[in-house]
Design a protein around this ligand. Structure first.
Ligand code: SF4
Length: 387
């Protein structure tokens, strides 16, 4: 593929560290069990890719994966220092996040990550039920999740997030409420609660196709969605996005950028970037990504130009996920495109139609999902995308 466009200073940076202790049964991210893999080689290649095309002075940096906390802290610290020499993130970034898993966040690691400049830790609890942890292929216990959380707090982390999954097979609303209440007692600053989705190619999808696991009934899933909203609100965490809750000021700025359809650069295998009007992505495999970047060449294996109407549609699709919603003017600004004078704004017309159907509501100029539209967010958002 042709050389990729470089992003303007300040653009958000995502770094994909692809290794995990084991592969979770529901996960379709590009991630591999770490045993026998060349962990240092990936860090070296990430730096080579950063040298080519990471944005200068990024506003936010997000280490995701995979399990970034699986790396030894000194290796992450050295890598972040080298990245700072290249792009000066220490001066510019208002938020630096690392995703962590309980089995690799002991007290020493938590301290060292904060010392290295990471400000925000996001810990994958997923569930507190030991049987469900096993079903999910997780390698930690609930006790390890609590310990990781306390380790992060004791190390001085003031921006601590917990990830949970609901709508698992056989999970009742009472089960879910109990788990969530227990997690909220820890007083996390942020919480992500995603419903379990069955992704093609995962172990879960195979079990589901064989009839070994059943999807949860829709009514139970809906009850769990509302339970999450109620319990989080009572705990002082507002729903700033469909699946994300935060204390005021603790929202994830990096992810808000995605929902506002801002530009971002992703480095690492499988990472996607959006720069200007172009979206492109790296291979979901280590070697085909590593070889070109070590030669100083782009690893991107696919790319697409997004025209004005496509950008506008995506801006609505993403923006309606946010609790504050968006106005038609904001959508056009974020998409950097408006219909020609005299031509209708089709996206705004779709929003008016959804308003009429009771799936959106209006607050001044802003549209947002109504109570009825909230659980149908995906379907509602897709109405803005080209068929
Ligand atoms: S730890 Fe996260 S990235 Fe790794 S396999 Fe599990 S869900 Fe996927």
């Amino acid at each position: 593929m042709d050389a990729v466009q470089s992003a303007p200073p300040g653009t958000a940076l995502y770094v994909h560290l692809p290794f995990c202790a084991a592969k979770c049964t529901y996960c379709d991210f590009f991630s591999l069990p770490a045993a026998g893999q060349d962990l240092d080689g990936v860090l070296e290649a990430l730096l080579a890719e950063a040298r080519m095309r990471a944005p200068q002075q990024p506003r936010t940096v997000f280490l995701g994966g995979g399990t970034p906390s699986l790396y030894p802290a000194p290796a992450i610290a050295r890598w972040l220092d080298a990245l700072d020499d290249l792009i000066g993130w220490r001066e510019s970034a208002t938020e630096v996040t690392a995703e962590c898993n309980p089995e690799s966040l002991d007290a020493h690691k938590a301290e060292a990550l904060l010392e290295a400049g990471i400000q925000r830790l996001s810990i994958g609890f997923q569930t507190l039920d030991p049987k469900r942890l096993e079903l999910f292929g997780r390698v930690h216990t609930p006790a390890m999740s609590f310990a990781a959380f306390q380790n992060a707090r004791s190390a001085g982390c003031e921006r601590l997030s917990v990830d949970l999954i609901y709508a698992a097979p056989d999970q009742s609303d009472e089960d879910w409420r109990r788990e969530l209440e227990t997690v909220l007692l820890l007083a996390p600053d942020h919480l992500s609660a995603y419903n379990l989705t069955i992704e093609p190619g995962t172990a879960f999808a195979r079990w589901h196709a064989r009839g070994d696991v059943q999807s949860l009934e829709e009514e139970v899933e809906l009850a769990q969605f509302h339970s999450a909203r109620d319990l989080c609100r009572q705990a002082g965490l507002h729903a700033y996005e469909i699946s994300n809750y935060a204390r005021p000021g603790q929202e994830c700025r990096h992810n808000i950028g995605y929902w506002q359809n801002a530009q971002y650069v992703g480095i690492g295998p499988s990472a996607v970037s959006k720069v200007g009007n172009r979206r492109f992505g790296n291979p979901r495999s280590i070697e085909p990504w590593k070889r070109p970047v070590l030669r100083g060449e782009s690893a991107a294996e696919w790319g697409e130009e997004l025209d004005g109407p496509a950008r506008l549609g995506e801006t609505w699709w993403l923006g309606l996920r946010l609790g504050v919603g968006l106005s038609a003017v904001e959508a056009r600004e974020r998409a950097r495109w408006s219909p020609l004078d005299g031509e209708p704004d089709r996206a705004e017309a779709t929003a008016e139609e959804l308003l009429g159907q009771g799936l959106l509501e209006r607050d001044g100029e802003r549209f947002r999902l109504s109570e009825r539209g909230l659980p149908l967010a995906d379907g509602v958002g897709r109405r803005f995308l080209a068929p």
